[in-house]
Design a protein around this ligand. Structure first.
Ligand code: PHE
Length: 494
């Protein structure tokens, strides 16, 4: 492609962010927040509604026999696909952020992402085998465009030092969990009691409502998420993107059998690069080092936490007595339990951290508590599985409810803390990239979680869940021991 000479200079200039925030003071929205937050709150609520509603029935649909309308996959295969799907959904957040910054702008990235997601769910609802895989791919691509970028727009509603900023993100996290709470009730009921494709269809309808709401509410966003200027050299960047996608597809095909190792090696290379080239001073290098150590523990956390939609979902379906007041409820309803606790306890945690003041634990210590709580949760299900193995029949719903209570407390000690710690520790130049790294921990955790869930039929369950309990608890102890040196690495950030 022949480009005029001055194009090069123009594209070099795009090293500054093209999506600069322009602050419009606005207090007319939810709880004195900018009106744009209302739009983004509901868009993300419906997006998460579709994600978690579909996820609540995905593995159950894959293992159900064709006679029961399912795909009849073995549990091992279903868990592998599940892990690959949920891992990819967060992996694409990294290119998704880049495409928004360089090509589409945040707002359009969210719109295109939402359209792809809705399309994906409708493909699953069509109930035709080849469309099943196409549907998963659409959701993966769409979520990569929507999920990271909608959070960035939330950030742009406020100036950096707006006192409402953290509260705004907390409200936004409520929207996420509200969607996650309602959808298993709707999609789970339709999917398991009426027909799988009705459940998937309901997820698609949810995302569609979110899109309609987003388009109608666009005016409320003010200038947040708008491209400050047309991206320079866009033609060349699109060509670069197309080339990268083609190259990545060929590479993916070649390395497919070794994908786990490739993921781990790439992560290690990324870390080496961040430490050598990304950091420009000793302090920056130390802080990036702290993020990397926390990354490892966050990955361990997500491996256990993300059993919710796979092995724990299967446990609820096959080993738990799902009867309430004489009515047998769909097993996917347990997927709503954790978000209920998150919505209930999020304000308690916010209050607690403030209340503790000087005694508030450091971020690595909060991570260690998170891992400990997650591990304890698994102790309940390990005991329940042992009771079942002793021939006592299906176990009480309370075991899973207690597990999810502990998992919610664990999530609240780790997930929002990790997000804010990364933004504080990362050098401002590469904060977007470091956010991608944070999504990578979740992605890697989901990939590895698929392998753990794949053992569901191969290993006695008390041993499987017991092993997760032990590994997680042990890593909490290791992290507690490492907390003082990590705090030194953080060099003054808490
Ligand atoms: N429950 C969170 C959500 O769906 C999990 C998550 C945390 C996802 C951080 C992405 C990043 O949003």
């Amino acid at each position: 492609m022949a480009l005029p000479v001055d194009r090069d200079e123009a594209s070099a200039a795009t090293d500054r962010p093209v999506t600069e925030a322009v602050f419009v003071p606005d207090t007319a929205g939810l709880a004195g927040h900018p009106r744009g937050l209302t739009t983004l709150f509901f868009t993300e609520m419906w997006e998460r509604f579709s994600y978690y509603g579909m996820r609540a029935i995905l593995i159950l649909f894959m293992v159900a026999s064709p006679a029961a309308g399912g795909l009849g996959f073995t549990t091992e295969r279903a868990a592998a696909i599940y892990g690959l799907y949920t891992g990819s959904v967060y992996f694409t957040a990294i290119p998704g952020g880049w495409i928004a910054d360089r090509l589409l702008g945040l707002r359009r990235a969210v719109l295109v992402g939402g359209i792809l997601i809705a399309l994906g769910h409708y493909c699953l609802a069509a109930n035709v085998r080849p469309l099943f895989y196409a549907g998963l791919v659409f959701i993966v691509l769409g979520t990569g465009l929507l999920k990271p970028n909608i959070s960035s727009i939330v950030g742009q509603l406020y100036t950096r030092d707006d006192p409402r900023r953290d509260a705004g993100f907390s409200l936004f996290y409520m929207g996420i969990n509200l969607g996650a709470l309602i959808s298993p009730l709707v999609c789970g009921y339709l999917g398991q009691k009426v027909g799988w494709h009705w459940g998937f269809g309901a997820a698609g309808v949810g995302m569609t409502l979110g899109l309609v709401q987003y388009v109608l509410g666009k005016k409320r966003l003010g200038r947040a998420g708008e491209l400050a200027e047309a991206p320079a050299g866009a033609g060349r960047q699109w060509a670069l993107l197309a080339g990268a996608i083609a190259a990545a597809s060929v590479l993916l095909y070649l390395v497919w059998p070794y994908r786990d190792w490739v993921m781990l090696v790439l992560t290690a290379v990324l870390f080496a690069w961040l430490l050598r080239t990304g950091a420009r001073s000793t302090t920056e290098r130390k802080r990036i080092g702290a993020i990397i150590v926390l990354f490892v523990f966050a990955t361990l956390f997500w491996i256990g936490f993300e059993q919710a939609g796979s092995s724990l979902n299967l446990f609820a379906d096959q080993y738990t007595r799902n009867v309430m007041f004489g009515w047998s409820f769909p097993s996917s309803w347990y997927q709503s339990v954790e978000p209920v606790f998150v919505v209930g306890f999020a304000p308690v945690f916010a209050w607690l951290w403030l209340r503790l003041g000087r005694h508030e634990p450091s971020s690595p210590a909060k991570f260690a508590y998170g891992l400990l709580l997650l591990g304890l949760g698994f102790l309940f299900v390990a005991v329940a599985a042992q009771l079942y193995a002793r021939g006592q029949g299906k176990v009480s719903p309370w075991w899973l409810i207690l597990l999810y209570l502990f998992h919610a407390l664990g999530e609240l000690s780790l997930s929002p803390v990790g997000l804010s710690t990364v933004t504080k520790l990362a050098p401002a130049r590469i904060v977007g990239l470091m956010m991608g790294v944070w999504f990578l921990a979740l992605s890697l955790g989901n990939f590895l979680a698929g392998h753990v869930a794949g053992m569901f039929e191969k290993m006695p369950l008390p041993r499987l869940f017991g092993a997760v309990f032990l590994t997680t608890t042990l890593s909490a102890v290791v992290l507690a021991v490492l907390t003082p040196p990590i705090k030194r690495l953080m060099a003054g950030v808490h």
